[in-house]
Design a protein. Structure first.
Length: 200
């Protein structure tokens, strides 16, 4: 009996190890091709970022790389936001869903690349991505984000955009630089117009 229990425990441990290894391998592949690895933001930093976002109740807050959903959770819990997140990594997405269930929050997490979805309803965009990735996504931001939408980038600057405010790193809270941007023109006015040739 004791041997059988030991064998079962050994099997379960090996199963967990295999699942974790598969998850890490998947995460590595997604990070390599998707633009960056999953790096959990400390809870203090999450709260600091959201504080500077000045979220109002009912605001649509979108996290374009939601990770385990911590920004979404606190945006809803602390400010009553309508939180939506996109996560491409299936392993990290599964963690986010588990947290959502156990913590009992209503935020929506979608498994997939945010580039396949519209951002036009967003009041606030949260992003924590590498500069090269942000620069690549700037075109989508320019095309879809409506006037008044705020974009909060943690740690890294967004392409050619000029922030309306920069929050310096806080050594006590152990936060990194926070860039705050605000869309000043409607999306349709930021698209390039075709130049018509004049008839001579």
């Amino acid at each position: 009996m004791a041997i059988a229990i030991q064998e079962i425990l050994t099997f379960l441990v090996l199963l967990v190890v295999i699942i974790v290894m598969l998850g890490l391998t998947t995460s590595f592949i997604v990070a390599f091709f998707g633009g960056g690895p999953f790096v959990p933001t400390p809870k203090r930093a999450v709260k600091e970022v959201l504080k500077h976002a000045k979220i109002k109740k009912g605001d649509v807050v979108i996290d374009i790389g939601a990770g385990d959903g911590r920004f979404l959770h606190y945006a809803e819990k602390l400010y009553g936001a309508d939180a939506i997140g996109y996560e491409i990594d299936p392993f990290v997405y599964a963690i986010a869903i588990l947290k959502k269930v156990f913590l009992g929050w209503k935020g929506k997490i979608i498994r997939g690349n945010f580039q396949n979805y519209s951002l036009r309803k967003a009041d606030i965009i949260i992003c924590y991505m590498l500069p090269s990735t942000l620069k690549k996504y700037q075109k989508k931001f320019d095309k879809e984000l409506r006037k008044g939408c705020k974009v909060i980038s943690y740690t890294f600057h967004i392409g050619t955009w000029k922030p309306i405010k920069e929050i310096e790193p806080d050594p006590i809270l152990k936060t990194k630089r926070i860039y705050i941007y605000k869309v000043e023109k409607p999306a349709k006015k930021r698209t390039k117009k075709k130049i018509k040739s004049k008839k001579q």
